[in-house]
Ligand binder design. Structure first.
Ligand SMILES: Cc1cc2nc3c(=O)[nH]c(=O)nc-3n(C[C@H](O)[C@H](O)[C@H](O)COP(=O)(O)OP(=O)(O)OC[C@H]3O[C@@H](n4cnc5c(N)ncnc54)[C@H](O)[C@@H]3O)c2cc1C
Length: 243
């Protein structure tokens, strides 16, 4: 595929490119699809970390279209991993809807990082939706494997009935609240900001991991920074999609 300007810049920045091959598919819910892939040497050539994402190159109306997706169950020895697609009407989701075993897709590894606080947090606060469930599960796995294993509270926004059935890697004691996407995401933002009040959080010791729709991610981050005064090093925030 011919590269977009973005692809050329990524290459100059040292990004590594790989060709992935689809090896199977699994419909998890009517709106959540898992593709199994062989990695074209990617996992052996890159260091993997929790919440790790890669850039996949799709074609949209004849033009290169790059979108981020999270690695699920990466196995560097076998050279395999999976990707979970939250379904909607978009070039990436539509590619996943029709792709078959044996089809290939180009991937670029550049930009993913994982920066937990230096000291173990008292509590982890997570905001997401089906697009960030794969990242959240890898985050919860990492937290569970840590010595202090802080408890987590999760707010997850859903748009489809089946979303609330998605498997979460929560532990006993973690709290999960699923909220319907209402008023363009305002319901999620208001609920989260009301709960994340001065008496409930410890801004010196808690860790906030926010990955929902871009406007909601921005609004919740603003609340944490400006209203509560949370240091930016205690917040991992990235808009996962744009309404
Ligand atoms: C670091 C990172 C990791 C990510 N990992 C994953 C992952 O593992 N699995 C996953 O499913 N997504 C993941 N995403 C989100 C994914 O990249 C976006 O959803 C992307 O916009 C999908 O591209 P598209 O071409 O299908 O749709 P686009 O062309 O971007 O959008 C087409 C239309 O679909 C809507 N739309 C796009 N995404 C969503 C959504 N998630 N829910 C509802 N409507 C949507 C848009 O508002 C637009 O109207 C990740 C994003 C980031 C930043």
């Amino acid at each position: 595929m011919k590269r977009s300007w973005e692809g050329v810049v990524l290459k100059v920045m040292g990004a590594k490119d790989f060709s992935l091959e689809v090896t199977g598919r699994e419909q998890i819910t009517p709106n959540f699809l898992r593709l199994h892939l062989s990695d074209g040497g990617m996992l052996a050539a890159t260091k993997i970390h929790p919440t790790m994402w890669i850039r996949l190159w799709f074609t949209d109306a004849g033009r290169p279209h790059q979108r981020a997706y999270t690695l699920v169950d990466p196995d560097p020895v076998a050279g395999t991993f999976s990707i979970d697609f939250a379904m909607h009407d978009g070039a990436a989701a539509n590619w996943a809807r029709t792709v078959q075993a044996g089809d290939t897709i180009e991937a670029t590894v550049q930009g993913s990082s994982f920066e937990p606080p230096a000291a173990a947090p008292r509590r982890l606060w997570v905001v997401g939706d089906p697009a960030s469930v794969p990242a959240i599960n890898s985050l919860l796995d990492a937290v569970a494997a840590s010595e202090d294993s802080p408890p987590a509270t999760l707010w997850l926004e859903h748009q489809h009935d089946g979303d609330t059935a998605l498997a979460l890697h929560t532990r006993p004691g973690d709290a999960v609240v699923w909220l319907p996407r209402e008023r363009g995401g305002a319901h999620l933002v208001e609920t989260v900001c009301a709960a994340l009040a001065p008496g409930a959080v410890d801004i010196e010791r808690d860790w906030f991991w926010i990955a929902c729709e871009a406007a909601g991610t921005r609004a919740i981050t603003k609340h944490l920074r400006r209203t509560l005064g949370v240091d930016k090093r205690r917040i991992s925030a990235l808009g996962y999609w744009r309404a």
